[in-house]
Design a protein around this ligand. Sequence first.
Ligand SMILES: Cc1cc2nc3c(=O)[nH]c(=O)nc-3n(C[C@H](O)[C@H](O)[C@H](O)COP(=O)(O)OP(=O)(O)OC[C@H]3O[C@@H](n4cnc5c(N)ncnc54)[C@H](O)[C@@H]3O)c2cc1C
Length: 296
Amino acid sequence: VRQQMRGAGLVSPTQSALPPFRLIRAGSIPDVREALRAHPGATLAAGCSDLVAQVREGLTPHTLISVRRLPELLRAEHTDGELSLGAALTHSEGPAHPAVRQAIPSLAAAWASIATVRIRFRATVGGNLMARRYRYEMGVILGALDARMHFTGPHGDADVAVDEFVRSGAPGTPEAVDRGLLHRLTVETASLRWYSYDRSMRPVTTVAVAVRAPEAGESGGRVIATVGSEYRRPVRLSAVLPGAELTAADVRPVAARLAAGLPDWTGDYAGTADYRRHLVEVLAGRQLTAALGARP
Ligand SMILES: Cc1cc2nc3c(=O)[nH]c(=O)nc-3n(C[C@H](O)[C@H](O)[C@H](O)COP(=O)(O)OP(=O)(O)OC[C@H]3O[C@@H](n4cnc5c(N)ncnc54)[C@H](O)[C@@H]3O)c2cc1C
């Protein structure tokens, strides 16, 4: 199979039939930058749960740089109104981390709810985002929180909002540019009043809702919602809460306004755009009702 791959360009059916590749176990972020500089086109690897699927889709890496054990990528801390998450935290390590549980307990609960037990032990938050698959949920979960992704690479450092990243290009498109190593994610917590994630209607629709303190001139607060689906890129919605003392009757129109902002496309074989609007109105309405008087 290997000779066929090299000679005829056939796609490998499993990872065990890959041609030999160079494996670099990086020990620090500068090691990764150096390895990326020395081996252009190298593939970064964390838990490899998605890379296995990519190999089945035709990926044949010449160099794998493992970042799974970089100490800098395994940290989480909550200081000065900012939660910082290392990109190599797994779906089991992240939600169990005291900093995450203390800063945004509902984020810990949302993160712990995805995938299966076996996958949660190896799959990382960074790999989930960088795989750029619409059916993966961390883009929706972190998008509503206005999380930012911090990269470092041979050409310097960069950062981008999660929401912008997940909507900016499917794998293989020109927008899906290679920014290098994603080393951490940050979430501003000082203005966060409430957060929740509902995946009960997955795969048709998932909804993450964050309520933040009002900006100058507003009274109630700002609502940011991210709506995901298995089939197409997430959609970001926002609305302003009408006043400080809210009741359930006040938040239902806000949920309706959020749902009305959904586009007409769904790319979804299980429901129409109107059905999705209805679902989002119901789910966001429930979440906002729960938010009344509560803390994140
Ligand atoms: C059976 C199964 C069930 C699943 N269920 C769910 C689910 O319910 N919800 C959900 O959201 N997801 C689900 N997933 C997806 C899973 O969460 C992702 O596969 C996982 O998070 C990817 O992380 P990883 O560390 O394994 O990434 P890898 O496979 O190592 O890498 C994935 C991609 O990210 C790149 N990459 C990895 N780390 C970095 C980094 N630090 N910087 C730059 N690039 C990087 C790699 O080059 C690669 O392109 C499921 C997966 C499986 C196999």
